[in-house]
Design a binder for this molecule. Sequence first.
Ligand code: TPP
Length: 342
Amino acid sequence: MSTSLRPVLSPPETELSPELLRKLHELMVKGRLLEERLMQMYRQGDGYFWIGGPGEEAFNVPLGLLIEKGRGPQYDYCHFHYRQSATLLAMGADPIDSLRMMKNTATDPYTGGRNFSGHYSIREWNVVPISSPIEVQYAMAPGTAIAQKRIAGGRGITIVTGGDAGTAEGDFASCLIWSSRPANPLPVLILVTNNKWGISTHWQGQHGEKRISDRGKAFGIESKTIDGNDPEICYRELRGAMEYVRSERRPFLMEAIVSRLYGHSSASGANRVNDEADCLQGFEHRLEERGLLTRAQIEELRARFAAELQEAHRKVRQEPMPEGRTIFDHVFSDRDLVRERP
Ligand SMILES: Cc1ncc(C[n+]2csc(CCOP(=O)(O)OP(=O)(O)O)c2C)c(N)n1
């Protein structure tokens, strides 16, 4: 597939430590295997729908490692979209819970077995419920950022992610406008993972602007496009952008060019594509060349995670589905009031 998109290359900066590089790699492998297991579950009838982020690990893992997680406005607020499983893993989520959400078991801690795969919600970490209608998260993000701005000395920021096609929605424009009002600029890190597709519509026919990040310029928002397939670039650039938003209390718009390795979702077949760069393969070659990992160590890591996920799958298969009486739990703020209505 041809594309006219060229990421802006980052200037050389300080090297990341070997420990951090191995950690990034380990989480990227874990993230990829988790998605492959979820797709397998869907194919085996242990789930109704798959959507996730295989191909975005080089961006999503560094993001998760850099987030200041916690509850309340002193910590980062996360307004994510549905391709963020590797970010959650990097934040410390247990992979078995993603399997539970896939299987819609009552044990799913994110939605009690009531939502699609990839639709996380974690109050303790300020992970706002992920929405199926795309892009609404961009309109909500300024709200938490306003709360964070009001806190004197606060370093918490709001982080919002979404896809390239969704930037055509008005919610994205609302985010740019509300984050950059001169009277009250907001600490929002506005992220767009550009995989060059909106389900089956290619980027090239839809965007008059050269880069999505260019749209920030009109609002005076610091903006950048980066190579989202390179975890070292992603880590450094995200770290820099986050530090800017944390200390300046102003917005930053970052576009990351990523790959979509299994199509849009199970609705489009979830088959492996071979014409897009695989960030994990590229990173592994680099780590081998630098002598930081051997092929045998990489294979051992994969085998270990694959066995763990297989075991988790077996366990989740035995877990109960939610009971009918819980259907209104967590949907309305006052369940009894709703029940009393005629
Ligand atoms: C408001 C709304 N319109 C349309 C859809 C159908 N839809 C689901 S995903 C998607 C494509 C989104 O593409 P993009 O924003 O590039 O994100 P990606 O899925 O590629 O990461 C569309 C149109 C939807 N879910 N919500």
